[in-house]
Design a protein around this ligand. Structure first.
Ligand SMILES: [Zn+2]
Length: 69
């Protein structure tokens, strides 16, 4: 459910740009991307799209571009 365009990631659910976030975990930082529309209104979920781990995102975009050659 993710569309990638070089450096920008767009939400396939609502068309908003994904933002890069960090989570502090015991092993360090976990980087992930999340729809900017998710919590636009405080206390209300604006978009139901899930966040995606950066590693998975890069793996998927690499696989996709490779498959389209
Ligand atoms: Zn969204």
């Amino acid at each position: 459910m993710i569309l990638t365009l070089i450096t920008k990631v767009f939400c396939a659910e609502c068309g908003s740009v994904f933002g890069r976030k960090n989570w502090m975990i015991s092993l360090g930082k976990r980087k992930f991307w999340q729809c900017n529309n998710l919590y636009r209104i405080k206390g209300q979920i604006g978009c139901l799209n899930n966040h995606i781990d950066e590693e998975i995102l890069y793996e998927n975009s690499w696989t996709t571009s490779r498959a389209s050659i």
